[in-house]
Design a protein around this ligand. Structure first.
Ligand SMILES: Cc1ncc(COP(=O)(O)O)c(C=O)c1O
Length: 396
């Protein structure tokens, strides 16, 4: 049987949820009036201010935070690492399950990315793993990642920096509003079209250090101040056109969150009948969901993926398999959850020692999730998924 989901969207697992041309138009008219197109224009500045005001509503606290726009989530990571002094001879600890942007940003600055196993419950690099790794080797920075948009504990990471002196850069690519900010260190967001807060291409860096904002701007503008090069840098400035889309996206942000929450609750409720064969991670229910990931009983995944696809439903494996299996990263130093460096280059040894990453690879898959699907689509997909699982379970 093939699932009866809207044909336009069949076989897609993610569809960007962007503002319409009409919603962006008033901001484009402002660009026409301002005659300012890039280089820290009025729309970029308005977006940065309004964005932080919106986040302060979600995380009321005494510490004020400041945001600087960049061209992408990758550049948010790259600029922050540069400002943390990361370069040749430095080591940065990164979870092995994440997007390639994380180690690439480190490598492209001439530094070494160390891939570590993740915590089996939270699916990410925790302060405990970082402490264990820091006891084995000198680390110059740690990059915890909000996997699938799930927040990491900023207070615990602040405490880690105070205790060890090692700076933190949280890659909160998709975790906008659910991730709280750091008193010490940076939080990076991606505004890629596929993220819940999509602008097309874009990124943000958030810091409690107001003085850092001018340094971020300098770094995103070829390291220059008044056309004189003061430091290393890149061209990573957000244009006024992207800021126009970002302002329009901010106007509809409450709607974006509400629609995603509605769909997550349908999936969560329907997938209850698949328990204990499958479940949605608790952390996803607290996030503005970007990728709807489901954990399934060990041993079922390859057949399940094939059966679901055969029924006309797209599946995906976002951030999987782990980066340790990607040819470009195969030579990187790896460590287990106890900080122990895995000495052999054999992939089978890495799989065995990085067993939480391996478990995720063997048990986690994604289902279609985009606001344009109807509630009935979400119900149909969930029910087909549950029926398929039960059928497979009884036949094994
Ligand atoms: C975890 C993570 N980090 C970084 C990035 C890079 O963001 P961008 O595509 O905006 O450069 C992504 C993009 O998908 C991501 O998922």
């Amino acid at each position: 049987m093939t699932a009866q989901i809207q044909p336009l969207f069949a076989k897609r697992y993610i569809i960007p949820d962007m503002p319409t041309a009409d919603e962006v138009l008033p901001y484009l008219r402002q660009i026409d009036a301002n005659l300012w197109y890039s280089n820290f224009g009025p729309l970029v500045s308005a977006f940065e201010t309004k964005f932080i005001a919106q986040m302060a509503k979600a995380h009321p606290c005494e510490t004020p935070f400041f945001a600087a726009t960049v061209t992408s989530g990758y550049h948010a990571l790259s600029v922050a690492l540069r400002l943390m002094g990361i370069g040749s001879g430095c080591k940065v600890l990164i979870p092995a399950v994440t997007f390639p942007a994380c180690p690439l940003a480190v490598q492209n600055l001439g530094a070494e990315a160390i891939l570590c196993d993740i915590d089996p419950d939270t699916w990410t690099l925790t302060p405990a793993i970082a402490r264990a790794a820091a006891a084995q080797m000198k680390l110059d920075a740690i990059m915890p990642v909000c996997l699938y948009g799930m927040a990491v504990p900023s207070e615990e990471w602040d405490a880690f920096t105070q205790e060890t002196g090692i700076p933190i850069l949280i890659d909160a690519a998709a975790a906008i509003e659910t991730q709280s900010y750091l008193k010490h260190g940076f939080v990076a967001h991606s505004l890629h079209a596929t993220k819940p807060f999509g602008v097309g291409e874009g990124g943000l860096l958030v810091t409690a250090d107001e003085g850092m904002i001018s340094q971020i701007r300098q770094t995103t503008n070829f390291g220059t101040v008044n056309r004189i090069t003061q430091s290393g840098g890149e061209n990573a400035k957000m244009s006024e056109y992207h800021a126009a889309v970002a302002l329009a996206q901010l106007d509809r942000w409450e709607h974006v969150k509400a629609r995603r929450a509605e769909l997550v609750s349908i999936y969560t409720q329907e997938l209850q009948s698949a328990f204990p064969l499958a479940r949605i991670h608790n952390g996803l229910q607290k996030s503005v969901v970007c990728n709807l990931m489901v954990s399934v009983k060990q041993g079922l995944l390859p057949t399940l993926l094939a059966e679901i696809e055969a029924q006309g439903i797209a599946t995906h494996r976002t951030y999987l398999p782990p980066l340790t299996t990607h040819p470009h990263f195969s030579d990187l130093c790896c460590c287990d959850r106890h900080g122990k460096v895995i000495q052999t280059p054999e992939l089978s040894d890495k799989r065995e020692h990085m067993n939480a990453c391996t478990h995720l690879d063997q048990t986690v898959m994604g289902l279609p999730f985009y606001p344009q699907m109807t509630n009935d689509d979400a119900t149909t997909i969930s029910r087909l998924f549950c029926q398929t699982l039960h059928r497979m379970d009884t036949s094994t």
